[in-house]
Write a protein that binds this ligand. Structure first.
Ligand code: NAD
Ligand code: UD1
Length: 348
């Protein structure tokens, strides 16, 4: 089965790509490499070669906003009598802070790019899509665990583009309910790395997110971790989030594809998280315990736009997809550190 994976060179996309290829899917990766390195593709090939896994996946260096490129991809597949049967759509921009600085760019890439992709899919009669949405769409909420029917109330432009895309997907589904199969996966906090140490998270510049910041302190690229507040209404005062191993998250996409394949038509929003909330202090302690390293930290003021607790109710994913996260917080720390240790400067 041929799958088009947009954003397949990024943090999440690269792990999904590897899993799809390992499981025998015929994968086309479309990425503009605006936020990822071509070394990611080399790492995927190295892993597959080391494991003697036959592969013929294709890389297309292109932009989801370029209609000609998209048309060519679908046309070429049809000419090869191997049409694209499903799209996993991850290409997009994801920095909360950048989305405040340049909102139009975020709307252009995320929303216009997705509109372009969807209209191309529609024209080529490819009606199956898994989309990467985010828990950020739930906004400032202190009710946890969060179910999919929780109020949608994004507080940043990035989150608003995700809501706009979910709405666009819904309108499209309603316009042709006999054909469209849509699964919008709302990720919580994907972290960790592939156990080989060949793939992992390599943020550009200073990491905004907790986990890559910790691994960069551990490798000596940063002096200490700043903990944003120890006076939250949580058991130890630090923020509580839902950290999910990147491979558990990736497996959820394969289960979503299977789910779509089993349906005539459908439209679902599904949370993907571990379903467990851990505080910043708990993450630091577990990382220190798993690696034997010290993570020096300073407690700072709260960060704007943060909440005390945010973690997922994952019963819908369990029920509909037959999926459940398998990897522990310890595994997350071990795999995340293994990646950082083997690649102190990421992919460069
Ligand atoms: P990432 O930046 O590592 O990967 C995104 C990929 O998309 C990059 O390889 C980038 O080069 C590519 N890309 C960007 N604009 C493009 C365009 N116009 N055309 C083609 N390719 C383009 O991000 P990620 O962490 O892997 O996230 C993937 C998706 O998941 C994003 O849509 C993101 O919003 C969503 N998401 C991520 C998180 C997270 O914590 N990482 C949480 C929730 C949702
Ligand atoms: C952040 C984004 C959210 C996005 C998500 C995944 C903000 C306000 N929210 O959420 O929109 O969907 O990433 O990409 O940017 N922390 C520290 N020190 C750090 C970094 C984080 O103490 O250097 C704390 C935070 O205050 C929070 C926890 O660690 O309590 C997790 O932070 P982070 O990894 O940024 O994830 P989110 O806050 O869930």
């Amino acid at each position: 089965m041929r799958v088009l994976l947009t954003g397949g060179s990024g943090f999440i996309g690269s792990h999904i790509a590897l899993l799809l290829i390992e499981r025998g899917y015929d994968v086309l990766i479309l990425d503009s490499f605006v936020n990822s390195s071509t070394n990611v593709i080399k790492a995927i090939k190295t892993y597959l070669d080391n494991k003697n896994i036959n592969h013929s996946f294709k890389i297309i260096n292109g932009d989801i906003r370029d209609k000609k490129t998209l048309d060519r991809i679908f046309d070429d597949s049809a000419k090869e009598f191997n049409p694209i049967q499903s799209v996993i759509h991850l290409a997009g921009l994801k920095s909360v802070s950048q989305s405040f600085i340049d909102p139009l760019h975020y709307w252009n890439v995320n929303v216009c790019g997705t509109q372009n992709l969807l209209s191309t899919m529609n024209e080529h009669e490819c009606f199956s899509i898994v989309f990467s949405s985010s828990a950020t769409i739930y906004g400032l909420t202190d009710s946890a665990p969060i179910t999919e029917d929780h109020k949608i109330s994004p507080i940043n432009p990035y989150g608003k583009t995700k809501v706009a895309i979910e709405n666009m997907l819904y309108d499209l589904y309603k316009s042709n309910m006999k054909s469209w199969k849509v699964c919008s996966l709302r990720y919580f906090n994907p972290v960790g790395a592939h156990s080989s140490g060949l793939l992992g998270e390599d943020p550009i510049g200073i990491p905004n997110n907790l986990f890559p910041y910790i691994t960069q302190v551990a490798i000596g690229r940063r002096n200490h971790l700043n903990i944003f507040g120890d006076d939250w209404a949580t058991t130890d005062g630090s923020g509580v989030r839902d950290y999910i191993h990147i491979m558990d998250l990736s497996e959820g996409h394969l289960d979503a594809i299977d789910y779509l394949n089993s349906k005539e038509s459908c439209f679902e929003f599904i949370n993907l998280g571990s379903g467990i909330g851990y505080s910043v202090f708990q993450i630091v302690s577990q990382f220190e315990l798993s690696t034997g390293l010290d993570i020096p930290f300073l407690v700072k003021d709260r960060r704007d736009g943060d909440v005390a607790k945010c973690y997922a109710d994952i019963s819908k994913a369990k029920k509909l997809l037959g999926w459940k996260p398998k990897r522990s917080l310890e595994q997350i720390c071990l795999d995340g550190w293994n990646w950082q240790k083997k690649n102190p400067n990421g992919y460069n």
